[in-house]
Design a protein around this ligand. Structure first.
Ligand SMILES: Cc1ncc(C[n+]2csc(CCOP(=O)(O)OP(=O)(O)O)c2C)c(N)n1
Ligand SMILES: [Mg+2]
Length: 369
């Protein structure tokens, strides 16, 4: 049987009194501001790639409510095992957008010194594990982290984020099975944007829903309107509460739509009906939440415009600052791998230093993706 779609916000922003989650005015403003900042960061990231200043970018257009609303239900010391398409979580957790763009440029201040792909962040201080490219691996990591939390009885939970395509990976089965059997406090958040690059959901699974797969792992599953930040928040809040109180994992499916390309290397018009874009633009999660906030008297048109302008200025400033930084020194490639650098690498480093170490990267070379 297909799950019922949980929704709170009407498309016109109206909310029934009984469905209102208990969120303060400050919470509502933070959710909105973070969703807008996420959109502006993604717009800036795509722009930088089109200008040839960074090699690659992966936007989360249309998925802002799914990632910001759900992560907001966790505490700051809960751990997030995310995929590459939830930049809003990092912003919500206080990561400076300049630090994120340092990664995209792979500059000297990039936390991982230019050794990861752009948009593959590692924010230990924000409780976000390093993003790995192979699809779905973070699901098993999330289950393992949650089990460790249970063994340590430290009261924390882990949330893992992944796409609809990732549900076909062996890690999905492994992670959910393991968490189900061990009652690990893990929230499995599937952001179902209906495409895995060019593969539509209908070719990904014959199941009527992803949430329904939870039954096989002995955990509850809910299908949630992913463009409705209040429904996303409320469903996640309940899942977090269950996990924290010892009732084990939950699978949440946030139904949404990837409003942009898979990445800066992709052209969705080659495989996806373009009419879908207009259809889903009308359900834009930011517009929908703004309609609610205006109805509530928390914002008016002028205030909305000011919030967008401020976020745009913030991302422009962050991009300028990140662009101005030099690349990591070539010498830095010898750091962080060994506690004690082996003799043959020491020798290579000496050789490089003796040569002057001037091995600059060809910035005009094509990015391999
Ligand atoms: C194991 C593996 N197979 C293939 C890829 C190539 N790949 C990168 S993203 C992606 C699509 C993933 O789709 P989904 O899980 O729905 O997440 P979305 O990109 O839609 O957020 C694929 C197939 C990969 N990175 N890893
Ligand atoms: Mg997808």
């Amino acid at each position: 049987m297909p799950e019922q779609l949980l929704s709170v916000l009407g498309t016109d922003g109206a909310v029934k009194k009984k469905d209102r989650p208990s969120l303060s005015e400050e919470d509502l403003r933070l959710l909105h501001g973070t969703m807008v900042r996420t959109r502006k960061l993604d717009e800036r990231g795509m722009m930088l790639q089109r200008q040839g200043r960074i090699g690659f970018y992966l936007p989360s257009f249309g998925e802002e409510a799914s990632c910001v609303g759900s992560a907001f239900a966790a505490e700051q010391d809960d751990v997030i095992a995310q995929s590459y398409r939830q930049p809003g979580i990092a912003l919500l957790r206080g990561v400076n957008p300049e630090t994120m763009l340092d990664n995209c440029f792979g500059n000297a201040e990039d936390i991982v010194k230019g050794r990861q792909m752009p948009v593959h962040y590692s924010f230990k201080d924000a409780g976000m594990i390093s993003i790995s490219s192979p699809i779905g691996t973070q699901i098993a990591h999330g289950a393992g982290i949650a089990l460790a939390m249970k063994i340590k009885r430290d009261g924390r939970v882990c949330m893992t984020f992944f796409g609809d395509g990732a549900t076909s990976s062996n890690d999905f089965h492994c992670g959910l099975n393991f968490a189900g059997v061990s009652d690990a406090p893990c929230i499995f958040a599937c952001i179902n944007n209906q495409w895995a690059i060019s593969v539509p959901l209908s070719k990904q699974t014959a199941s009527l829903s992803i949430a329904g797969k939870s039954a096989a792992y002995g955990m509850p599953g809910y299908l949630v309107d992913g463009n409705d930040v209040l429904a996303v928040y409320e469903a996640t809040r309940q899942a977090v509460e269950r996990a924290r109180n010892g009732f084990g994992p939950t699978l949440l499916e946030f139904l949404t739509f990837r409003m942009g390309p898979h990445s800066s290397s992709d052209d969705p018009s080659r495989y996806r009906p373009t009419e879908l874009e207009a259809e889903w633009k009308a359900k834009d999660p930011i517009d929908r939440f703004e309609a609610f906030l205006v109805r509530e008297g928390l914002l008016d048109e002028e205030a909305v415009a000011a919030i967008h302008a401020e976020a745009e200025a913030e991302m422009s400033k962050a991009a300028k600052a990140a662009a101005a930084k030099p690349p990591p020194s070539v010498d830095s490639m010898f750091d962080d791998v060994y506690a004690e650098l082996p003799a043959h690498l020491k020798e290579q480093r000496e050789h490089l230093r003796a040569e002057g170490g001037d091995h600059t990267v060809d910035a005009t070379a094509a990015f391999p993706l």
